[in-house]
Design a protein around this ligand. Sequence first.
Ligand SMILES: Nc1nc2c(ncn2[C@@H]2O[C@H](COP(=O)(O)OP(=O)(O)OP(=O)(O)O)[C@@H](O)[C@H]2O)c(=O)[nH]1
Ligand SMILES: [Mg+2]
Length: 465
Amino acid sequence: MSEGVQIAVVGHTNAGKTSLLRTLTRQSGFGEVSDRPGTTRHVEGIDLRIAGRAALRFFDTPGLEDAVALQHFIARLPGAYANPVDRVRAFLAGPEAHAAYEQEAKVLRKVLEADAAIYVIDCRQDVLPKYRSELELLCACARPVMPVLNFIAGAPERAAAWRDVLTGFNLHIWMQFDAVAPFAGAERQLFQDLSVLLRARSSELQAVVAELDRQAQARRTAAATLVARLLVHAAGLRQPVARAVLQTPAGREQAVARMRAALAERTHEAVQAILGVYGFRPDEADLALEPWTSGRWQDDLFHPETLQDAGRKLGTGAAVGAAVGFAADLALAGMSLGAATALGAAVGGVASQGWSQLPRKLRHKLQGVEELTLEDAVLLGLAGSLMRLVGALEQRGHAATKRLAIGAQDEGDAALRPVVQALAPARGFAPDVGGPVLAASLDARREALSERIAGMLLRAPVAAA
Ligand SMILES: Nc1nc2c(ncn2[C@@H]2O[C@H](COP(=O)(O)OP(=O)(O)OP(=O)(O)O)[C@@H](O)[C@H]2O)c(=O)[nH]1
Ligand SMILES: [Mg+2]
């Protein structure tokens, strides 16, 4: 079996080489990234694995720092050379490759060993002489070079000037990228273009593209399944509370707080699991998901205006419904009493469960116990927020360092209304509190509903984060 395709990633210091590799390999722990110039000091390989095999090996390299001087040095090397690449080899064999130009020598050596080079450009910069010298040196290595215009999100207007220069160096296939916020499809395009540049390795690179597509689909399905299982769990959440307790404001508040805490804990688990699906570390979550981890998301989710707004989207007029007295308070807090839900969604659930929930409900009634459940509006908000998280993670580069903020619900969530309606049977499922909510359920009906919900989530258009 042939070795994987080898690609040297080169460019000026701080152009974002290590960041690009973090994104392409989905490994946010790879190498060191910082604003400081000269962060990467040695060549370091990292594989893109397919079916257990390294289909592609990238090499991160130190930044080129003094290409102008090196270009002059190489041009003045004594002796006659048949072509530019022999000159580069002569430089690498000489003493200066281990002295003044040690960093640059590491880079050029790797380019000569590799099948191709990716030249990373910070396209916010003017096309200064040092960049032209870098391009001269790279082209002298006689390897296919794929320029990547990085930092494109910060300076889209500068791309044209760079493209002119690249064309002047006979580099006609280039990519736009932003390692911190990659564009959907940019990664796929990168490998497509590499397969054009490296015709002899085209079938291997096409296999990479196909595998990336497969992996992306698998991630999306896994994430939607996690969201679906959480929603099924949330729809079935019930908290029995003595009627007498609910009649006091303090008792009511405590019961609602307990319910919120139960939902928050499970949601946090789901968020962590979703981050894992996309290859982000759980500790990045605390940084990245401020509204979810600070506790503010709970307020957003249960905010009366949010609920009323969601109620309108659900077509129920208002989330508070016709509830009176303390029932209204509870509805505003995102909860319903069992009695109220029995008139609504739960009836469907109870009926579909063959009335298996009825004995418990009757027992509770006789004992003066009410059940708190979550309003549909809460489920809608939860579904919307989690799917916006999924959408944001799909776009997020593994070099991103900024926090990821998932905004409060907006009109986009209305698209998830059928999902919430389809959750109705879950209201009647036997309580699963304490069980592994995010794993496949042994209960066939619960599992079938989760699968159905996941399918609906995958098809629903999702608003941007
Ligand atoms: N906004 C934005 N920031 C980026 C991008 N790529 C890299 N950065 C940031 O730019 C800085 C330098 O990134 P590195 O990946 O360390 O750059 P490098 O080319 O590996 O640098 P050296 O190893 O020093 O040669 C870091 O602060 C990154 O977070 C990008 O596409 N967009
Ligand atoms: Mg680096």
